[in-house]
Design a protein around this ligand. Structure first.
Ligand code: AMP
Ligand code: MG
Length: 425
C-alpha cells in the first residue's frame, strides 16, 4: 500500500458510518425500543416511587361507619330543648350501647362512631356542661359534624389505577384499604461501566497521564435519581476482550446497560464496534452538542446506551435519552421533563451546526416571567457547568446568535428557582 493509499484508507475508515440524526428522532427511537418491565409484588412500604401495575379497589367503605368529625355532643337535631341530659361518652375505637333519645346526649370524640338515635353533633365549643347536663348554644341541623359512612371511599370504589406513581398519599391509601402487598413495575437494574485506560479510582492519586473516573459515579447517581437500581459494573480497560467481557455479563444480568467513553472515532473506541457486532445499533450519532457520538443499541433485547466520555456529554446524554427510557421501563406514563419557555438574561452565541443543550439556571421572577442564565463556560469536559443547573437550555441549530431577551425552550431538570422577594420591600 502506498502512502497515498494508506491516507485514503484512513480517511474512509474515519468517516462515521452512522448518519447524524435529530435529537427528537433519537429520543423517539429509544422509546420505541424499551417497554415497561414485568410487574412484581412488593411490600407497600417498599413501593414508594414505583408505578402501580394493577387497579386497587376498596373492599370496605371509608369511613366504615358514621363518625363524629369533631369533639362534641351527639343529639337529635329535631329536639328543641336547649338542655340535654348527658348519658355517657363515646370514645373513638369502640362502639358503645348508648341510645340518644329526645332530651339526652352522648359526649363523642373526633372519629368516634355516632351513637344510635343521634343525627347531629354539636361541637364542644358551642355547648357547656353543667351538673350532668349539656346546654347547647346552637340549634343543630341533621347531619351537622357527622361524616357519613362511605363519605371518602365507597365500597368497591377504584382508589388507585394502574400506572399511578406511588407517592406518600398513595401509600396512605394502600394502608387505608389494607393492601400491604401490591403489583408494581420494578426499578430497572442498570449496569454502569466506564471505559478508558486513563482512568483511576476517585480515592487514588492520578499518575501522569491519568485522571479520576467521574462518569461511573455521576451516572450511577443519575440512575438512582431516575428511580433505577444502579449496578456498578466497574472500570474497563481499552481492550476489545475486556470491553466484550464486561458488556456480555452486563447484558446478561441487567435490564439496561450504560457505558461511558470509547464511542468516538479513535482506534481504541471499542464500544460501538462491539455493539454493532453483537446487537443492533439504532443510532450512533446525534445532531447534538454535547453528546454527538452517543450510541443506542439493543443486544438480545437489552437496551445499551453508550455515552461519550466527556463528563458533561455523558450526563446530558443521560438526561436526554436514558432517563426517559428508564422511566418507561419503570412503567411511568409521563417520561419527559417539563419544558418551559424562558427569556434569556444575556446574549448567547453558539455553533449553529447542532442543537445545543446549555446548562442554565431558570428563575421565576416576581412578575411571573421565567428567565434563564447559563452556568458559565459550557465546555463538555467542565462538569462545573452542571453544578446548580436546573435546566437544559435548548439552542436550536441553524441560528447562531440569541440576543438577550430572546425566548427559548428550557427542559427543567430540577425545580425552578423562585425569585426571593426581599424583606421590607
Ligand atoms: P472518550 O469518549 O473515551 O474518547 O473520552 C473523551 C474524554 O472524556 C477524554 O478526555 C477522557 O479522558 C474523558 N473521560 C472518559 N471517560 C471518563 C470518565 N469516566 N470520567 C472522566 N472523564 C472521562
Ligand atoms: Mg476513552
Amino acid at each position: 500500500m502506498t502512502w497515498s493509499e494508506l491516507f485514503t484508507q484512513e480517511v474512509r475508515v474515519r468517516e462515521s458510518p452512522y448518519p447524524m440524526i435529530p435529537v427528537e428522532t433519537a429520543i423517539a427511537i429509544v422509546l420505541q425500543h424499551v417497554q415497561p418491565l414485568s410487574p412484581t409484588t412488593a411490600d407497600f412500604m417498599e413501593a414508594l416511587g414505583l408505578v402501580l401495575a394493577e387497579d386497587v379497589y376498596a373492599s370496605e367503605a371509608m369511613p366504615p361507619f358514621a363518625v363524629s368529625a369533631v369533639d362534641g355532643y351527639a343529639v337529635i337535631a329535631a329536639d328543641t330543648s336547649p338542655i340535654r341530659r348527658l348519658i355517657g361518652a363515646q370514645l373513638a375505637g369502640s362502639v358503645g350501647t348508648f341510645v340518644v333519645t329526645l332530651g339526652s346526649t352522648v359526649h363523642v370524640m373526633t372519629g368516634a362512631p355516632i351513637p344510635a338515635g343521634a343525627d347531629a353533633v354539636v361541637m364542644v365549643e358551642q355547648a357547656s356542661e353543667e351538673n350532668g347536663h349539656v346546654r347547647l348554644h346552637v340549634q343543630p341541623a341533621v347531619g351537622d359534624n357527622i361524616r357519613p359512612a362511605g363519605q371518602d371511599i365507597a365500597v368497591g370504589q377504584l382508589v388507585l389505577s394502574r400506572g399511578t406513581l406511588l407517592g406518600s398519599a398513595e401509600i396512605g391509601l394502600l394502608a387505608t384499604v389494607g393492601r400491604t402487598r401490591v403489583n408494581v413495575h420494578p426499578r430497572p437494574r442498570v449496569a454502569v461501566l466506564s471505559t478508558g485506560d486513563e482512568l483511576v479510582d476517585p480515592k487514588d492519586k492520578p499518575k501522569p497521564g491519568q485522571i479520576r473516573d467521574a462518569n461511573r459515579y455521576s451516572l450511577l447517581s443519575a440512575v438512582r435519581e431516575a428511580g433505577g437500581q444502579p449496578l456498578d459494573w466497574g472500570r474497563v480497560p481499552d481492550r476489545a476482550e475486556a470491553v466484550q467481557e464486561a458488556l456480555e455479563s452486563a447484558v446478561r444480568q441487567a435490564d439496561a446497560v450504560l457505558t461511558s467513553g470509547g464511542v468516538s472515532m479513535g482506534e481504541l473506541d471499542l464500544v460501538k464496534p462491539y455493539l454493532a457486532k453483537r446487537g443492533t445499533v439504532h443510532f450512533g450519532r446525534v445532531r447534538a452538542r454535547p453528546g454527538k457520538p452517543v450510541t443506542f443499541a439493543t443486544v438480545e433485547g437489552v437496551p445499551v446506551f453508550a455515552m461519550p466520555g466527556f463528563p458533561v456529554s455523558a450526563l446530558v446524554s443521560f438526561e436526554v435519552y436514558v432517563r426517559p427510557a428508564l422511566l418507561r421501563m419503570a412503567g411511568h406514563t409521563y417520561v419527559h421533563r417539563p419544558r418551559q419557555r424562558v427569556i434569556i438574561e444575556h446574549a448567547i452565541r453558539h455553533e449553529p451546526d447542532r442543537t445545543e443543550f446549555q446548562r442554565a439556571i431558570v428563575t421565576r421572577r416576581a412578575d411571573g416571567r421565567y428567565t434563564a442564565h447559563t452556568t458559565g463556560y459550557q465546555g463538555s469536559g467542565r462538569l462545573l457547568s452542571m453544578v446548580g443547573a436546573n435546566a437544559l437550555l435548548v439552542l436550536p441549530a441553524e441560528q447562531e446568535m440569541f440576543p438577550a431577551g430572546s425566548e427559548l425552550e428550557a427542559w427543567l431538570i430540577a425545580p425552578v428557582r423562585e425569585e426571593e422577594t426581599p424583606a421590607n420591600s
